[in-house]
Design a binder for this molecule. Sequence first.
Ligand code: TLP
Length: 349
Amino acid sequence: MDKIIDLRSDTVTKPTDRMREAMMNAEVGDDCYGEDPTIHRLEALAAEKIGKPAAMYVPTGTMGNTAAIMTHTRAGDYAIMDAECHIYYYEHGNLSSLAGIMPIVMNSADGVPDLDEVEAYLQRDPAKFPKTSLICLENTHNRRGGRAIPLDRMSAVHELAQRYGVPVHLDGARVFNAAYALGVEAREVVSHVDSVMFCLSKGLCAPVGSMLAGEEDFIQEARRARKRLGGAMRQSGVLAAAGIVALTEMPDRLGEDHANAKLLAKALSQFDELALHPEDVHTNMVFVDTKPLGISAADFADRASQHNIKVSVYGPMTVRMVANHDASREDVLYAAETLVDLVKSLGSC
Ligand code: TLP
C-alpha cells in the first residue's frame, strides 16, 4: 500500500470538501468588534447542540481549557483532577503558570476522582487551606484508553460539587465520541457539568478550533481570558465555517471510527500476551503495551512506519492508535493485518 495510514491521532484529519467549500464562501467580519456573522452562527449552533446557554470559539482545546480554569478560579486555589488528564499531563502547566492554580491530582482506574477523596478537600476550612474552586473531568478520557465515562460517574461528582458550590469543568475534547459510545446526545453528557470544552478539530475533522460552553456570564468572562491568552481573532469566520460543517455533518459518523478501532483491537487480541481486550475499546483509541513484545514503543512505531502505518508513541512501552475519518475501513483492515504480521515476526508472542 502506497498511502500513509496515519493512526497517530484523530487530530490529523484534513478538512472535508464540504468544509473547504464553506470556508471559501464564508461571510466574515472582525470578531473583536463582534462583527463576524459566521462566528455568531457557530457559537449559537454550538451552544444549542451542547445544551448550554452560551459558547465561545477558541483556536485550540488547550486554550479553551485554560480560559475555563482562569474564569472559574482565582490564583492560589486548588483544582482537583485525574493524574492522567490532558489538562494536567499535556497542557504545559498552563493551569499553574497562567491561572495560578495548584492542581490536586488523584488516581483512579477510570479517571474519575474518588468521591471521598474529593470531599475531604471540599471540606477543608478555607480560612486555613487553599480553596478548592474547581473539579475537572475528561470524557472521553484520552490516557485512560479513550474510555467513555458513564453518566452516573459524572453526575455523582457533579452532585457532590454542587453541595459545596464548586463548579465542574469537562475537558470534552471528544465529547461527541463519548455520547456516541454511551448512546446519548452530547448535551446529556454535558448536563452533568457547569462548563465544557469540546474540539471541532479532532474526529469531527475541522482544520482548527474548539468551543468553550457554559452559562452566559461565564462565557462573557471567559472572553476576557481568551483575549489575555491572545485568542481573540479577526475574520475567524473563515475557520468557523468549517466548524459549522463539523458540528452538523460529522458527529453521526463517529461510529465508523469506533468500529474500526474495535476491528484493530480484535485483530491484535489474538495475542494473549498483549492482554488487549476489545471490550475495553470504548471509542476510537487502541492502546498497545509493547513490553510483552520485547521492544520499545518507539521501535514498534518505527517498524510500523516501514509499512506506511503511523502510530503514536504514548509512553516508553505504550503505543496509541486512533481510528479517524481519513483512514478508511480498507486502510484499517490493511493496518490490522500488517500489525498482526509485525507482532508475529517479533516471535515473542
Ligand atoms: N490531544 C492530542 C495530544 O495533545 C495528546 C491527541 O492527539 O490526542 N483535551 C484532550 C482530551 C485532548 O486529547 C487534547 C489533544 C486536547 C484537550 C487539546 O486540544 P488542542 O490540541 O486543540 O489544544
